[in-house]
Design a protein around this ligand. Structure first.
Ligand code: ZN
Length: 187
């Protein structure tokens, strides 16, 4: 494996042989690494990529889709602890907080945070600000709550039609849902 480790600028493969994938660029006749990591050649798809070292911190940028858990709800802000970035599910994000402002939940007016988000909910969101804190939006249809917990008994809520129902205590709740809700997937 040692020989598969590359640093930025290293040749990963021949440009005429491989499509440049993630972590690479083409310069002249070669596909080269943009990042330090492990090179991976897919001879079937004829692509070359460089996967960053597993212990490297996950880089978060505007436009990234992330998943996190709500740790606090305030009048006009939800605070999340980020868990991972889409496409980097195997590499957890550590100790990173992000915020969702009440104006970034829906296109339409949201009167109360608690109508759209609940404590401990798992949320899929897009990064729209990265300084000084990470700001998120869940306005798009595929963004929003992907798993919600009953505010009365903490059981995961089930989507029945357009209603979120607690299978344990019967409580009916509302959230700004992602179209991924209940699928068990982050698409
Ligand atoms: Zn319940």
């Amino acid at each position: 494996m040692q020989c598969n480790f590359v640093i930025p600028g290293d040749i990963v493969g021949a440009a005429e042989e491989f499509m440049p994938g993630e972590g690479t660029y083409v310069k002249g006749e070669h596909v080269r690494a943009t990042t330090a990591g492990v090179k991976e050649i897919d001879s079937k798809e004829r692509s070359a990529k460089v996967l960053p070292r597993a212990n490297a911190p996950v880089k978060l940028e505007k436009g990234d889709i992330v998943v996190g858990q709500i740790t606090d709800l305030k009048e006009s802000l939800a605070i999340l602890r980020l868990a991972f970035k889409r496409g980097r599910e195997s590499r957890p994000i550590h100790n990173t907080e992000a915020l969702i402002h009440i104006s970034r939940i829906k296109d339409s007016y949201v009167k109360e945070m608690r109508q759209a988000l609940g404590l401990r909910d798992i949320v899929k969101a897009k990064i729209i600000d990265d300084t000084p804190t990470i700001g998120l939006s869940i306005v798009d249809d595929d963004l929003g709550v992907v798993k919600a917990y009953c505010t009365r008994c903490a059981t995961p809520l089930k989507l029945e039609g357009k209603r979120l129902v607690c299978p344990e205590c019967g409580q009916v709740e509302s959230r700004k849902l992602s179209t991924d809700y209940g699928t068990g997937m982050i698409r």
